[in-house]
Design a protein around this ligand. Sequence first.
Ligand SMILES: Cc1cc2nc3c(=O)[nH]c(=O)nc-3n(C[C@H](O)[C@H](O)[C@H](O)COP(=O)(O)OP(=O)(O)OC[C@H]3O[C@@H](n4cnc5c(N)ncnc54)[C@H](O)[C@@H]3O)c2cc1C
Length: 507
Amino acid sequence: MFIDVRTLPDGSRLETDLAIIGGGVAGITLARALADSRAHICIIEAGGLEYDAEVQAFYDGECVGISYPLTGNRLRYFGGSSNHWGGFCRPLEAIDFEVRDWVPHSGWPFAIDELAPYYGPASEVVEIAPPRFGDKTYWARHTGTELPDLPSGRMEQRFVQFSPPTRFGTRYRDELRAAPNVDVLLNANVTLIAARTDGRSVQAVRIATLNGLHHEVHARQFVLATGGLENARMLLLSDDVMPAGLGNRHDLVGRYFMEHPHLSGFGDIVLADLERLPPIYRRRVRVEGRDASAAFTPSERFLRDNALLNAVFMAGEAGTYRDDTTADWPHARQHVDMLRAASHLIGRPHRPADAPLGNWLGLGCACEQAPNPDSRVMLTDERDRLGLRRIRLDWRLTHQDRHSVVTHMRMLAAEIGALGAGRMLVYAEHPDDWPAIVSGGAHHMGTTRMHDDPRQGVVDRNAKVHGVDNLYIAGSSVFPTSGAANPTLTIVALTLRLADHLRTRVT
Ligand SMILES: Cc1cc2nc3c(=O)[nH]c(=O)nc-3n(C[C@H](O)[C@H](O)[C@H](O)COP(=O)(O)OP(=O)(O)OC[C@H]3O[C@@H](n4cnc5c(N)ncnc54)[C@H](O)[C@@H]3O)c2cc1C
């Protein structure tokens, strides 16, 4: 049942077995996964079924580090940020889970084997074809093309699969509406996670509405699933019993904020003959009813040998040059000169008279950011309409983050050259070029990190907040290390794992 809490009598007290705070990707996935249990489940969602600027304004805040669009990079209504996500899906790699001695604070409390069984079911949730992210033979067979080898061993090919993209709020709305044991509370802003007096468990959550009502939801178990920035904010705001905030005994909540720095405009690939590079490397192709595209990632061996962070590169068709093209976009002259001077080196020694001079592909890159305690979410003294302190984000990158990606750019250029299909031109080799070309990917990670040791993590390996018996966290805020893969598939996989853990605890 969907309930607009603005229509309930003021001061209503609701009881449930499992209260899920936030009806986005993680919240909806968890409720669906447990809908077949005997537990009563309540999703508490701040927004309604549609975008509302007044509600969205609760996401406003202040940036004191790298500039970051706090309001535009997430959505506050049922379905959460899946209402405008891009659908790029790829799992984390095995190395992303390891404690790497060259990456301070790195490593998950478990290896990829623990999460691997959940990536298949997670792929169904986000509606991608069976997960074949590293299976080159499969993509070659289904696209009917030969996919070239990268013999150096420094780079590997991976395959990104695209969700339609699944809009969780619309795709799963009817299913949740029909579930007899699930209630979805709409327009219900959680303002406080109220701990019992010893701070060791949660009693209830307090809700406020924009028409001035206040309610409470009492539950046996609580799961915080308000997104990677807001999860930290909610814990920091919940300071009535624990003055530093809930789960924040060791001053970790909000720290280690990680993004995947996204770079564009740092380089292009110039090709004399587009056909030398199979379509899956330069655009999305349709396979088994779903879109997929190839990506280049550094090999595990290269990362270890050179003590680097992970990264992923993708190319996209950007333009064609003919003999009479008078292109005036940045670097066009350089492309044309290269095609004229070196087409015998980059794939087309004898060009047919009617063939274009060549083509260029734009390049995009997403990199891993090393966990850094000084990159963090805090609270400002400014308050929102409900009187809650707003978020302050201090996103920071280090020399290590910059050095890794610049090294990968150079190496990718060498690999593209070795493929014999074209040449990669790199324009932003110096780390000082970064401010102009780096942005976030709307991936908010690390602010309630997972670690077995309460002095190093906010949640334990089961995503339970250390020191609080019945409070769990779902979402990318628990990622202790981020790899370079888009986070949502992993968020769904982790949430399905959390559902398995909670199944016996909520009834
Ligand atoms: C433009 C854009 C493109 C993206 N593209 C991709 C992509 O291609 N691939 C990828 O993997 N990821 C992508 N992402 C990221 C992806 O959307 C997120 O990883 C994912 O939505 C996070 O899920 P979540 O459940 O943790 O948070 P959300 O989906 O944001 O859900 C949080 C929910 O909590 C609710 N909430 C917040 N505060 C409260 C409160 N106080 N009380 C009650 N409810 C509250 C919100 O209204 C929201 O419904 C993209 C994001 C954006 C913004």
